[in-house]
Design a protein around this ligand. Sequence first.
Ligand SMILES: [Zn+2]
Length: 268
Amino acid sequence: MIRSVLISLLALGQIAVWSGPVQAAEVSLSDRLDVLIASYPDVLSHVDGNRLILKDGGPAIVIDDGKAKSHAEALADGDVEDMLSQLYPHGPCETRPAVNFDPGRIRSQDLMTRFYGKSRKDVAGRLTTIDWFGGPLQVTTAFGVDKALVAVRDELKSLPEKLRRPALKSAGTFNWRNIAGTDRLSVHSFGAAIDLDTAYADYWRWAGGKPGNVPVYKNRMPLEIVEIFERHGFIWGGRWYHYDTMHFEYRPELIAISNAAGVDACAR
Ligand SMILES: [Zn+2]
């Protein structure tokens, strides 16, 4: 269990500082779980007490392990409840997250491996290749992630060339690996994340940041690109305190939950 932070957002210049939206309390864990199940219907069946029941009859997944965790502990060993604990603000506005506000960065590895596969081989069996502005990208077909990414690409084509440029070159999708500095699998391991052009990217580790203490940066990823990804179920690493602005990953449940909570990146 991670303690929810329910502090109102403050305005700092044109960018909202997020410590967690004021509406957070209005969307109960039970409601969040309903959205989670609806977002991954091929795998998830229903909730039974403190367990998520899977359609394939595999071992049920504990929802809340009952442990009080610091942010670092939640990142290292997140359960399903932790994974849904921070509300992701979306929309065509930049957000400046408060310290350790990393909506989407906490993940249950147990759940993610049930979604996409528990080994490189498992995941690889469900990959397909899509065209990304002339280059091939390997992405998972699970939950229609490949189709969602194709829809993103097609919408990006409607942006003016200057705005679209950071999206034309991908720095990678499928790559079975841990997140730098951790023993947790990156979402790239599941073929459900894409990195855009590093030439326009800011990443807290490259900037010399330490966990819980990262330098301020000036975003170079157009919000028009972010909005298109979000519309198709991808969250943006630029909304994390531990930022990674080239990174987008398929997490439609977080966008649906924030919609239910009325969370808006553009709210002032
Ligand atoms: Zn990435």
